[in-house]
Design a protein around this ligand. Structure first.
Ligand code: NAP
Length: 293
């Protein structure tokens, strides 16, 4: 049995679908099974990574775990799961981390890296065999641009000139499924990127070409970005993300633009390009679309 955390979300949902399609026994973890809208026939367990007492039942009979968690909670949530998995006799945890852990110095200048680094440390310190996936920024972050693209043909973002080799979430999920279901990945750390380092204006140009529209890029201040993010995330997470963006701007973050070959090594093919991603998700950016799901 493979337990998939974040099963109602972006990566976990895709991991669940791939494992299920390949016939592996899977259990989906969600805080609210009634609201979850998971495919019928899937075993679903109600549990909360922030409530350790809910985890033993979720891990009962589980051999492998896909582990993801969010924002400033990552350190504690991953540590909770890792501790419970150790007691439950889990044989392999595949952890979703992030590229950038390598450069996080633990001084609070790059909180996103610090959250993930301490989550990785909790896993490495446990007796459970592990694999760590470090994806770069997801191409799907571009869904946040959909409302202003639809309404005004504009993308607003705070970082203009730092290239990032953004990765297709489908490649991240396929890599996770591969690692969960094939031997030889214990103790490995994989850096998952797309095929090209692209600045946000370059990404916007590609999305515009796919849509057949000329899109405009505008830089926003970090304070403006903070206000937008507060609509969706806790203040603690938003402050950490904003500090991390400031660090990226000030440091130039050369790692983000680096293309790694781990997607190709794991999947035996090139990573999907942003153009492919945009073609496949074009509807979310068209005027008739109500949401960027
Ligand atoms: N976005 C990027 O560009 C990027 C780049 C590098 C790495 N990453 C990594 O990817 C992660 C985001 O993955 P994603 O896009 O798949 O996230 P997502 O779609 O936002 O997933 C949210 C999931 O988290 C679950 N969840 C939230 N709180 C929970 C809790 N207390 N206990 C159990 N489950 C909980 C939700 O489940 P329910 O609501 O059903 O309970 C939901 O399935 C980040 O946290 C980071 O580690 C992201």
């Amino acid at each position: 049995m493979i337990l998939v955390t974040g099963a109602t979300g972006n990566i976990g949902g895709k991991v669940l679908a791939r494992l299920r399609a390949a016939g592996h026994p899977v259990r989906a973890l969600t805080r609210d099974p009634d609201r979850a809208q998971l495919p019928t026939g899937i075993e679903v367990v109600g549990a909360d990574l922030g409530r350790p007492e809910t985890l033993p039942a979720a891990l009962d009979g589980v051999r492998k775990v896909f582990l993801m968690s969010l924002g400033a909670d990552k350190t504690v949530h991953d540590a909770n799961l890792v501790a419970a998995a150790g007691k439950a006799g889990v044989q392999h945890i595949v952890q979703l981390s992030t590229l950038g852990v390598e450069t996080a110095a633990g001084e609070g200048r790059y909180p996103i890296g610090d959250w993930h680094r301490s989550a990785e440390e909790a896993l490495r310190a446990s007796a459970v065999p592990w694999t760590i996936l470090r994806p770069n920024g997801f191409m799907s972050m571009a869904f946040a641009w959909a409302p202003s693209i639809r309404a005004e043909g504009v993308v607003r973002a705070p970082v203009a000139d730092v290239p990032e080799a953004v990765v297709d979430p489908r490649d991240v999920a396929e890599a996770a499924a591969r690692v969960l279901t094939s031997p030889g990945h214990e103790g490995a750390v994989y850096s998952l990127t797309g095929p090209a380092g692209l600045t946000v204006p370059q990404q916007v140009e590609i999305v515009g070409q796919v849509l057949g529209r000329t899109l405009r890029f505008e830089t926003v201040t970090l304070e403006e970005q903070r206000e937008v993010m507060l609509r969706y995330f806790s203040a603690e997470t938003v402050d950490g993300v904003i500090r991390s963006i400031r660090y990226v701007i000030e440091s130039g973050d050369r790692l983000a633009g680096t293309v790694f070959d781990d997607v190709r090594r794991l999947l035996g093919r090139a990573p999907r390009s942003l153009r492919e991603w945009a073609e496949d998700h074009k509807d979310a950016f068209l005027a008739h679309s109500a949401a960027g799901a």
